[in-house]
Design a binder for this molecule. Structure first.
Ligand SMILES: Nc1nc2c(ncn2[C@@H]2O[C@H](COP(=O)(O)OP(=O)(O)OP(=O)(O)O)[C@@H](O)[C@H]2O)c(=O)[nH]1
Ligand SMILES: [Mg+2]
Length: 497
């Protein structure tokens, strides 16, 4: 199998995960995973499978040849039947499997059917073809056997790597970044969300246009006889495309800036009213939207898919003692979130940074919850939200291993285990939020005439009532309120106390 151009690198332990039906990350973990990185003499069923596969390779899949070059050029993703490929450079076998399982979940979220997954152990990705060239040819066999139309690489590949690997496997090759961008594009609903994703996609595409163009002209040039005559128009078209994209990006940036102003005004209004804000943050699929629904009864979309939520939702909620606050659902985080998207979604993250309290939701039933916690904290740090108080909400307690829950509760000092599904721990969480929310700072004693009942309601909603008495002249209130409300109540401070 190994050719002269792919020496010892490919002889390194090569591990392949056979995964017929990778449904979701957690589902995969229960799959039969066959590792075959022993020496060649050790044969098992998997190797047998592989020899069969090799025998099949000339028969199947010819229809998946790249026919329409414009499809390559514009990289419109129409993922249908995909094979995953990862390079395992460090960490344990389990880490690399988790990473590929997450890629599988991402691919499924994008609407693809995952046919197979392959991991190669290497010191670092091959600069030319991501995986070694020998393994790239084996990947080609798998593509042919399964009839896959796309290979998805677990990482961000350079334009050159994408082309080189595509040349070997003869089907579309996309990377993790493109996949996440595609999911975001499918899920964004608000005008702002859509614009941000479109901008990120264009940013990603821009440096890659040249690469695809080169691939295109090479194909047009055939055996080298084409020369400038055939290459010329292709280059010109790329230049035009790039200019068009740049113009569009500039326009989009202006639009986004305008939309941002609108949102900023709303946020300032909330702040002026001094309604404390709580942000629900956490890894994608941790159960953030479920928790928001559980805490407020809001009907937010919950889905067993990654990035179900791409538009921030803000709801009003009330503590057990009757104080109002806002609760914001946010976009889920994922490891190695494409840089362009971190930028694009900075606005939602900013919301997290400016909140009074972060509910950091983590899926207690996930195989590696600590990693998810760390990945999210990295982003929290990036947006300068480290000083915002945080409650770690270990969700899915109903499905989690009790030992894992214990471990997390021990490591995380300010944590609580809940189940958004069964409601377990929710009352405790609500009480905890009440304790953690900033308290209004001005203490007042007022006598509000019954004709101004609205003010009394505001004290109940926005402040903390210490005592309340109904007298003949009106409501006698002792309370703690924020400055603005204190000012509104000033006329009702009794002259003599
Ligand atoms: N077993 C169990 N499943 C839960 C629980 N909470 C949420 N889920 C499931 O987890 C999946 C993801 O829930 P969401 O609330 O959409 O998660 P999210 O964090 O908002 O996800 P994104 O918006 O995609 O980032 C859904 O299938 C939920 O039904 C829970 O307490 N227990
Ligand atoms: Mg959600």
């Amino acid at each position: 199998m190994t050719s002269s151009s792919s020496p010892s690198q490919d002889e390194q332990s090569f591990a392949e995960t056979r995964t017929e039906s990778l449904r979701a990350a957690d589902a995969l973990m229960e799959e039969d995973v066959a590792w075959s990185h022993e020496i060649d003499t050790e044969r098992d069923g998997d190797q047998f499978d592989r020899s069969e596969r090799a025998a099949l390779r000339r028969v199947a899949g010819l229809s998946t040849e790249l026919e329409d070059v414009t499809e390559v050029e514009y990289r419109q993703l129409r993922l249908e039947r995909v094979v995953l490929v990862g390079v395992w450079t460090s960490g344990t076998v389990q880490d690399s499997e988790n990473s590929l399982a997450e890629l599988a979940a991402l691919a499924e979220t994008a609407g693809a059917l995952v046919l197979d997954g392959v991991i190669q152990r290497r010191d670092k990705p091959d600069p030319a073809t991501f995986i070694g060239s020998g393994k790239a040819r084996e990947l080609r066999d798998i593509v042919l056997e399964t009839g896959a139309d796309t290979v998805v690489c677990d990482g961000e590949l350079g334009p050159g790597q994408l082309i080189a690997l595509e040349d070997v496997v003869k089907v579309k090759v996309v990377d993790r970044t493109a996949l996440i961008l595609d999911i975001f594009a499918q899920h964004a609903k608000s005008r702002e969300g859509k614009a941000q994703v479109a901008l990120a996609q264009m940013q990603y595409m821009l440096p890659r246009l040249r690469g695809w163009g080169q691939s295109l002209s090479r194909q047009m040039g055939g055996g080298g006889g084409g020369g400038m005559a055939t290459r010329g128009p292709g280059e010109t078209k790329i230049e035009t495309d790039r200019r068009r994209i740049r113009e569009k990006m500039a326009k989009m940036r202006r639009e986004i800036a305008e939309m941002k102003t609108g949102r900023e005004i709303k946020r300032q209004e909330r702040r002026r009213n001094k309604v404390p804000s709580v942000a629900i943050a956490g890894y994608t699929n941790a159960g953030k939207s479920s928790l928001l629904n559980r805490l407020t009864g809001a009907g937010v979309l919950v889905e067993n898919a990654l990035f179900a939520t791409l538009d921030p939702t803000v709801r009003r909620a009330e503590t057990p003692s009757g104080r109002l606050y806002t609760l914001a659902d946010t976009v889920g985080f994922v490891r190695h979130l494409p840089h362009h998207l971190v930028e694009a979604f900075r606005s939602t993250m900013e919301e997290v940074g400016e909140s009074d309290l972060i509910l950091h939701v983590v899926d207690g039933s996930h195989p590696a919850p600590e990693e998810q916690l760390a990945a999210v904290r990295e982003v929290i740090r990036d947006v300068g939200a480290l000083d915002v108080p945080e409650i770690v909400v270990i969700n899915k307690a109903d499905a989690a291993d009790p030992l894992v829950l214990q471990r997390l509760l021990r490591i995380e000092r300010h944590a609580i285990a809940v189940s958004a599904r069964t409601g377990k721990g929710i009352d405790e969480l609500l009480a905890l939020i009440d304790v953690e929310l900033p308290r209004p700072e001005v203490e007042i004693e007022v006598l509000v005439p019954y004709t101004h009942g609205g003010l009394v309601s505001r004290v109940h909603a926005e402040g903390e009532v210490l005592s309340e008495e109904h007298t003949t002249e009106g409501t006698l209130l002792k309370a703690r309120v924020h400055e603005e409300l204190a000012a509104a109540l000033a006329p009702y401070v009794p002259a003599t106390r």
